[in-house]
Write a protein that binds this ligand. Structure first.
Ligand code: RNT
Ligand code: ZN
Length: 418
């Protein structure tokens, strides 16, 4: 079957696949730099373990250890993925000129100039994240700490990151989504659940008092249900983060990571709920397994349903900011990036090629609704996907893994096994 034949099958159902392809080409999806080096960054000793609620497992050879290596790997990953990409950096990826190391509270736009150059050369926008983990001052609570010195250190970090986000947005001419996530919480039953939340709120207020143009810098607050080492209590719970965003709509937006909810809760259903109230929301697309997030995104039912909701709710017109968030150190890291990003692109394209069956729902014809939803699953989507890849000048399925393996042989294997 050719693209023309597949297109005709969709057209018979009233779906314009050419239009779907054109729409998707314009939608930015943020690629998280941290898949390339197991979330280590460049500002702390790479031999030290990650702390503060983040953990990677696996030691597949070839981890990027320098800014240049990470940029090379990002280039490799991006050239194998269709669509508009955006970079997503963490503050810990600051690039220091020799001897110019700066602590997190003292980071400046200049420490991200090399990333700006990287993005400019490739026509990319850039999102940003303060890094409230993997640091000597992140061994306990950060923004919700009772230790005023620690808390204010991290508030200063947050403010520095707003200035950096403004710089990125201005230089690259695209809004910068700046996501605040902390792993603050307790391993076991706390005596005081509210105190840390009051302090977290105060810290967020202080960070967001740093001036910025809300059109260009979009601070988000990301919630979490629990994390490694903080099994009993998370300061930034779902209710906390969502309430903060709702009460401060003029200066921040909520961010949902689909690995951060109880296993039977689904972010797909939360998207329309939030869009009923918030003009804009942000997402971290990941894959939860059992008790934690951060596995490589697959083309599974929930990824598909999330993308369907993004499309149905008008999210592609800028209301939903889409980013990836996972880190797998047990397989080739570039393949991990590529398969996850291609899967999100596939799920979005499939969603754009679905019939809108709202009329059946409104007419109460749930029989037809079920049958027609099911029958769409066997439409010849592969041909639409292949056409999209061809138009974007990237390899089709079956043609990119060999390139990654070759890059592994020629580039990754040459790297030290630190
Ligand atoms: C952690 C959060 C957070 C991080 C990144 C590195 O559970 O999902 O978004 O993954 O900031
Ligand atoms: Zn996340």
């Amino acid at each position: 079957m050719s693209y023309a034949e597949a297109k005709a099958k969709y057209a018979a159902l009233g779906v314009d696949t050419d239009r779907a392809i054109e729409i998707l080409k314009q939608v930015p999806v943020s690629l998280h730099c941290w898949q390339g080096d197991d979330v280590r960054g460049f500002d702390t000793d790479p031999s030290k373990p990650l702390t503060g609620g983040i953990q990677t497992t696996g030691n597949y050879p070839g981890r990027a250890q320098t800014p240049q290596q990470l940029m090379d790997d990002l280039d490799m990953a991006m050239k194998l993925c269709p669509g508009t990409k955006k970079m997503n950096l963490h503050a810990s990826y600051a690039i220091f000129a020799d001897g110019q190391w700066a602590d997190r509270n003292a980071l400046e736009p200049k420490h991200f100039q090399k990333w700006v150059d990287f993005c400019k050369e490739r026509g990319l926008g850039c999102d940003f994240n303060p890094t409230f983990f993997s640091h000597p001052k992140a061994n306990g609570l950060t923004l919700s700490s009772t230790d005023e010195q620690i808390r204010s250190f991290w508030v200063e970090h947050g403010k520095a990151c707003i200035r950096i986000a403004s710089y990125l947005a201005q230089e690259l001419g695209q809004p910068c989504i700046m996501n605040i996530w902390t792993g603050d919480g307790f391993k076991d039953i706390p005596a005081d659940r509210m105190g840390p939340r009051m302090r977290y709120k105060q810290s967020l207020d202080e960070i967001l008092s740093e001036p910025y143009d809300f059109e260009m810098v979009k601070p988000c607050v990301e919630s979490k249900v629990f994390g490694i080492g903080v099994e009993a209590y998370t300061t930034g719970s779902a209710e906390f983060a969502l309430s903060y965003a709702a009460m401060n709509k003029e200066k921040c937006i909520p961010l949902m990571d689909n690995g951060h909810y109880h296993p039977t809760e689904v972010v797909s259903d939360k998207i329309p709920a939030l869009l009923t109230f918030f003009p804009e929301i942000a997402l971290h697309i990941t894959r939860p397994i059992r008790w934690d997030s951060d596995h490589v995104v697959l083309l599974d039912d929930e990824t598909q349903e999330i993308c369907k909701e993004i499309v149905r709710c008008g999210g592609l017109e800028g209301r939903v900011k889409i980013a990836l968030d996972y880190f797998d150190a047990s397989i080739n890291r570039i393949a991990a990036w590529v398969v996850g990003l291609r899967n999100v692109q596939k799920a979005l394209l499939r969603a754009l090629c679905m019939q809108d069956l709202t009329d059946l729902q409104n007419a109460g014809d749930f029989t037809s609704l079920m049958v027609m939803q099911e029958e769409q699953k066997t439409l010849p989507f592969g041909h639409i996907w292949e056409e999209y890849c061809a138009q974007c000048n990237v390899p089709a399925d079956g043609q990119w893994l060999g390139m990654v393996k070759e890059y592994e042989e020629t580039v990754l294997k040459e790297r030290s096994s630190l």
